[in-house]
Design a protein around this ligand. Structure first.
Ligand SMILES: [Fe+2]
Ligand SMILES: [Fe+2]
Length: 194
């Protein structure tokens, strides 16, 4: 991590504590716990996992018009899926905001925040960890969450494949658009497996 940003967990907790509702704050702590757990299993930097996890939903409770405006100003690629579900922009916009406001310049951390909503082909280890921890943290209760928890211990791609399968099916069943990043990522993992 660059000079200028010093890891201070207490400070990060204060920041997200005031940006988020109690429920989402609890979720965030769960994501941090799971992300650190996965970081230990897969030999990733635990401090980076903590920072990315604590800040991943920083923009989650901002109004949709603000997300759209900030995304346009920041040159975030506008996609029809983002237009129809602006809430998804809390990933990319969150990354812009934490860079501007807290001086976080670590690209891997910023990418982990950016892509935790829809994923992307070629995700780094940290990006995969945050994506999965967001879905499998201890407060999450949905059918088959346990299956993703098991798979992610067999391999990050195994976990991703299972979670993408569930997310894509769920999204399609609700009649919503699926972001192409998620489909591309799903296909790329299957392709890699052969
Ligand atoms: Fe999120
Ligand atoms: Fe989240």
């Amino acid at each position: 991590m660059r000079r200028g940003f010093m890891y201070n967990r207490e400070e990060l907790l204060n920041i997200v504590g005031s940006a988020l509702s109690e429920k989402r704050f609890r979720h965030t702590l769960g994501v941090e716990k799971m992300a650190i757990n996965l970081a230990m299993v897969y030999d990733e930097d635990r401090e980076k996992a903590s920072v990315a996890a604590l800040l991943h939903d920083y923009a989650k409770e901002l109004p949709k018009p603000f997300l759209l405006k900030k995304a346009a100003e920041s040159g975030i690629e506008m996609d029809p899926v983002y237009i129809s579900s602006p809430g998804l922009l809390h990933g990319p916009v969150g990354a812009v905001l934490v860079r501007e406001r807290f001086g976080i310049e670590d690209e891997d951390i910023l990418n982990a925040i950016t892509y935790h909503t829809v994923g992307r082909v070629g995700m780094s280890k940290l990006e995969k960890i945050i994506y999965l921890a967001d879905i499998t943290e201890e407060n999450r209760v949905f059918d088959d969450v346990e299956r993703i928890r098991e798979k992610q211990m067999q391999g990050l791609d195994e976990g991703l494949l299972e979670s993408l399968r569930q997310t894509i099916v769920f999204t399609v069943e609700r009649g919503l658009m699926v972001h192409h990043n998620s489909i591309d990522l799903y296909n790329s993992i299957l392709e890699k497996r052969g």
